[in-house]
Design a protein around this ligand. Sequence first.
Ligand code: ADP
Ligand code: MG
Ligand code: ZN
Length: 496
Amino acid sequence: MSDDLLPLAEVYARYEPVLGLEVHVELNTASKMFCSCATEFGAEPNSQTCPVCLGLPGSLPVVNAKAVESAIRIGLALNCEIASWCRFARKNYFYPDMTKDWQTSQYDEPICFNGYLDVEVEGEVFRVPVERAHMEEDAGKLLHLGGATGRIQGADYSLVDYNRAGVPLIEIVTKPVFGTGPKAPQVARAYVSALRDIVRALGVSDVRMEQGSLRCDANVSLMPIGATELGLRTETKNVNSLRSIERALSYEIQRQGAILADGGKVKQETRHWHEEGYTSPGRSKETAEDYRYFPEPDIPPIAPSREWVEELRATLPEAPAARRRRLQSEWGFTDAEFRDIIGADALDLIADTVALGCTPAAAKKWWLGELARRANDAGLELDALAITPAQVAELQSLVAAGTINDTLARQVIEGVLSGEGSPGEVVATRSLAIVSDDGALLEAVQAAIAANPDAAASIKAGRQQAIGALIGAVMRTMQGKADASKVRSLIMESLS
Ligand code: ADP
Ligand code: MG
Ligand code: ZN
């Protein structure tokens, strides 16, 4: 795009970035927020609807108790206070994805408020203050067809699927986050990553960014260093991965920096992130008044008893920071090694792999090595690769059993990623197992010696390094399917 950008070092020398993160988490309840319709992902369009979630006149909503429970557990895990009494509110707007012409949400009476989450960036801890976590319902999904981009601009017509309308959402909104300086984009990423880990550990959502069950809108503004008044912010939508959060914020910070440094004024608006690496303007921001919020008259107030809240507090999983400390010491990794794992967003993947019997060292080697490389090449998050922790554990057990070596394992990974099945199946269909038949190996060794008389003579004369050529020749004959240390000892035996 043609935006002017101020280099990051210059921005941070003059301005203090202020973040505001809005995260929507789609709950994995079996039924919707206010009706008993199913919530299964990927079902036939408009097959999971009823008069309530279609907003037909005269229908009445009934609150999903499990969704309230999940909201409270999320709030508690984020160190929030839980309201002893709260209400839903109508957020009025007209759009075809919401047939009622309002979204049932919460406004000034959220169920959870005033919490925080501590996140770590490069060994430094930042406390991100949480303003509120409130309950609401998702909208339907519009499909814009006939155009090149799938966006409404240029489309010939649109279809709407109301299966998603009424699916329970928890929106978690931070207070303005100050004091991150140049680490603002990383703090934002670390916050969403930690939040995702917490929600996943609670078991209340799949929290898959690429499937939209965790969505983040990233607000940022700049203020001159030393100033006390907040600058005008932009809200970037469409950031569908942790990496994009960091990139989108970096871009916005540089774009706003250039405007301010030039004496201009940032326009308060929503913007869209494009994976090519830039943001573009969306609509200019509505204010709360535009929505004409008012308390929802069809739903009684919610008053969670203190006993219930305490019961739910007792179900909270280990806090992420404590869990990290525990895993690091159990696995025996150094601070630097562990930081690499966190940085690669591989903690849960490695934990799951280790839980399935893999050693921590091997789990780290595969996830941070070959798999991280392939994810990076494909432009994917590590956990979006088509391989599971169970498959990585199986892969390593094949290596440990001597069925394959590391080189063959990389071919197995390629097979698993291209959908050829489990590691065991790929080894079988691609015939990748190491040949354990000594006869065949010995034959290859003797052929290699016969074909490389000079190397053989060197080894006999005591020049050990010449053995590389012979091992290489045997490996070629065996198409890599041999155990190199075994080949080495067979060569030495044959020559002595
Ligand atoms: P909206 O409805 O406009 O999205 P919200 O209050 O839901 O507003 O969310 C705005 C987010 O941006 C919050 O996280 C808030 O703390 C944050 N925020 C508000 N003002 C600023 C600002 N000037 N700069 C950066 N972030 C801000
Ligand atoms: Mg908002
Ligand atoms: Zn319904």
